[in-house]
Design a protein around this ligand. Structure first.
Ligand SMILES: [Zn+2]
Length: 433
């Protein structure tokens, strides 16, 4: 009895000590600027004060609460952090097959990871506070590890949704046509048949991926008589259906790389959630995407980057793809397809091109500046299943904020000059005084 009493007294003492040692509530941070772009309404809010507590937005108003630490951004425009839904942090620019093979075959894994760490920092400092990384190209599940390292605070980087190695079928993806009697690495995880691909999805999920990605088509692109692009598909409908049903059963979405008609149609029929690139989308396919809520992620920056080098390397279709792509983009806009911002960074060098350049390409193809900005905020958040968490400045969202001089509604290229970045309430980059 005595012992029990002593123990319970000790328990009370311990609880009291723990209560006394509770850290004080975090000091609110008030972020002030000349204007806040409300991306939902497309209007500026004058003299906003965004109050941040513990990594989340507590309120959006005009008053600084008592005791708050103030960050005054002067005449800048404040926006939510940007979201790029198509990147490859483990790639460093591969305009042609020769350069791709060089990276996959020769670069040591640690070297690739080291360069990926740099890519993450560059993206974050450009104002991209969230990214979906859609395949490691021969680097296994290193994207899962990098995502976790960012979340642990080991390295700086955007919030990541990752796919690990993308899936494709036998013979459809590089490394290709090297000595058959030697074993070479593949840029993807290969699976065949509905059962085999269902097993591949199960394996990938067990390693902690957030999304599944497939290549609906790859080689053999040709221009069709009516000016679109076609090629042999990589999959049967049954195979993609197996991938989709297994992923969806676990609450995981499926992205499909589709640059040509037949592969696109099979992927849509099998129920994928996003079409990546979408170089060739006829009006009927666009209507189906709109009706079923399937997103397009157009990656216009990489299309511009690779067209020249690939044409020079002997790709006959490559000189025409940008024109077909523009027509497909227009078909999707007319049909009301949700278009999410995605650049394919890594397909071009992280060190050379700011991902925000994609906004300029989107506007060039007909979007208004606010539509382009929504593609990189609210629409991208919807694609990632993170509505209300990212891509918005509102109570309860992550405190992911960026600011810049100039007027992004007059000229989206202003978004290439973001000089203040906050992620989860922590200042990552601030204008020099
Ligand atoms: Zn890509």
């Amino acid at each position: 009895m005595t012992k029990r009493l002593t123990l319970s007294a000790f328990g009370c003492l311990l609880a009291a000590t723990l209560l006394a040692a509770d850290p004080p509530p975090p000091t609110p941070v008030a972020v002030k600027a000349a204007r806040l772009l409300d991306v939902k309404t497309g209007r500026y809010v004058e003299r906003p004060v965004v109050v941040v507590v513990g990594g989340r937005i507590e309120s959006v108003g005009t008053a600084v609460p008592a005791g708050a630490r103030v960050i005054d951004l002067g005449d800048r425009v404040l926006l939510p952090g940007l979201i790029d839904t198509h990147t490859h942090i483990l790639l460093q620019g591969d305009p042609t097959a020769v350069e791709y093979d060089e990276q996959i075959l020769k670069e040591y894994p640690a070297h690739r990871v080291a360069r990926a760490v740099r890519s993450l920092k560059i993206a974050l400092e450009h104002g991209f506070t969230t990214m979906r990384d859609v395949e490691t190209e021969g680097a296994g599940y290193d994207d899962v590890a990098l995502r976790d390292a960012v979340n642990e605070g080991v390295i700086p980087g955007p919030r990541m949704k990752v796919v690990g190695p993308a899936l494709s079928t036998t013979g459809s993806y590089p490394i290709q046509r090297y000595r058959p009697d030697w074993k070479f690495p593949s840029g993807v995880m290969v699976c065949d048949g509905a059962d085999g691909c269902r097993k591949a999805v199960r394996e990938q999920l067990s390693y902690g991926v957030d999304w599944i990605k497939i290549y609906a088509n790859t080689g053999g692109l040709r221009i069709t008589p009516d000016g679109y692009i076609d090629s042999p598909p990589n999959w049967t409908k049954e195979e993609i259906e197996a991938v989709v049903s297994e992923a969806h059963a676990h609450g995981v979405r499926v992205a499909a790389h589709a640059r040509s008609d037949t592969g696109l149609r099979i992927a849509l029929a099998a129920g994928v959630d996003s079409i990546e690139h979408g170089d060739s989308i006829r009006p009927e396919a666009a209507a189906e995407m709109a009706r079923r809520g399937i997103f397009l992620v157009p990656t216009l920056t990489v299309a511009d980057y690779v067209a020249g080098p690939r044409t020079a390397a002997g790709c006959a279709v490559c000189a025409h793809t940008e024109k077909v792509h523009a027509k497909s983009f227009e078909n999707c806009r007319k049909a009301g397809v949700k278009i999410a911002f995605g650049t394919d960074a890594g397909g071009f060098p992280w060190t050379e091109i700011n991902q925000a350049k994609e906004l300029e390409f989107e506007v060039k193809l007909g979007m208004t500046p606010i539509e382009a900005i929504r593609s990189a905020t609210t629409v991208a958040a919807d694609l990632l299943g993170m509505t209300g968490q990212v891509g918005t400045v509102e109570k309860g969202a992550f405190a992911d904020l960026v600011a810049l001089p100039g007027d992004p509604l007059a000229n989206v290229s202003a978004l290439s000059n973001i000089d203040f970045v906050m992620k989860g309430g922590e200042v990552v980059k601030a204008p020099s005084p």
